[in-house]
Design a protein around this ligand. Structure first.
Ligand code: NAD
Length: 262
């Protein structure tokens, strides 16, 4: 399958580890020049070097250490480069907890990181994409949008807001100009985020890591956690020419865990 991505450019956020990293790697392997963003410069630099090793067709890998959920961070990124063919929005997920303990500041931080930040990024790049006749926007959201997770109320809420926004803008005038916008919804993927959620569950329940993982896998028909490279491969496909007829969709990658027919 020829994804025909050679020579394209991508901004990938939350790219030093996990799912964002896997998207950056999958795109670079297809010859896409990638600008990677995450907060810690040392970790990001090392990640960018690893991606550069697998890049093909002369693709370049650069990075900007910035907090993408802040205006300052976004200005730092766009001062390096403004036009991209591909945007992958991503940042850390909100902490789990009991909604009774969350105040307005807690909610505003979650909405800022998981709803407003992707919207602000889309706003910056989308008109350039439409003018050039090609654009791919992938938002890494969560299976919690489709099937809410009790302790992740901040994620359930903030990401649902983003999902509603994307449903509208994906079908706006940009659709006829070659710009697609889709959300990728991870179920349980074997990343640092999953590990930190496991640690929270260990503290809350007193159960061992093994017991928590065994119980979680028992609820997934494929009986395992997802691997980040599987996620990256789907991201690269959605960014390709071949996926030009897919827009405004929420694509769940959860090993069959969501039990509905649709
Ligand atoms: P992760 O914690 O392993 O990696 C997150 C990446 O984002 C890291 O590179 C981190 O440095 C970067 N990052 C975090 N906050 C940032 C910020 N403010 N600015 C710039 N970079 C930032 O997480 P992951 O497992 O790769 O998950 C990615 C997203 O998908 C998260 O929002 C997570 O909540 C969501 N998600 C993950 C899973 C899963 O099973 N892994 C399931 C559902 C949803």
């Amino acid at each position: 399958m020829n994804l025909n991505l050679t020579g394209k450019t991508a901004l990938v956020c939350g790219a030093s580890r996990g799912l964002g990293y896997a998207c950056a790697e999958a795109l670079a392997k297809e010859g896409v020049s990638v600008l990677m963003v995450a907060r810690r410069e040392d970790v990001l630099q090392e990640a960018a070097e690893r991606v550069m090793k697998v890049a093909t067709h002369g693709a370049m890998v650069t990075y900007v250490a910035a907090d993408i959920t802040t205006e300052v961070g976004r200005v730092a990124v766009f001062s390096v480069q403004q036009d991209f063919d591909i945007l992958v929005t991503n940042a850390g997920g909100p902490a789990p907890g009991d909604f009774r303990q969350w105040n307005k500041d807690t909610w505003m931080a979650a909405v800022d990181a998981n709803m407003y930040t992707p919207i602000a990024l889309i706003q910056t790049v989308i008109d350039g994409m439409a003018a050039r006749g090609f654009g791919r926007i992938i938002n890494i959201t969560s299976g919690s949008v489709k099937a809410p997770i009790d302790v992740l109320g901040l994620s359930n809420g903030a990401r649902s807001g983003l999902t509603g926004f994307v449903a509208g803008v994906a079908r706006s005038d940009v659709a006829a100009k070659g710009v697609t916008i889709n959300n990728l919804l991870p179920g349980l993927f074997d990343t640092d985020r999953l590990q930190s959620l496991t640690e929270s569950a260990m503290q809350a329940t007193g159960q061992s890591e093994e017991a928590i993982h065994t119980a979680r896998k028992a609820n997934i028909p494929v009986r395992r956690f997802g691997q980040a490279h599987e996620f990256g491969a789907m991201c690269a496909f959605l960014c390709s020419d071949l996926a030009g007829y897919i827009t405004g969709q929420n694509i769940l990658m959860d090993g069959g865990a969501y039990p509905g027919t649709f």
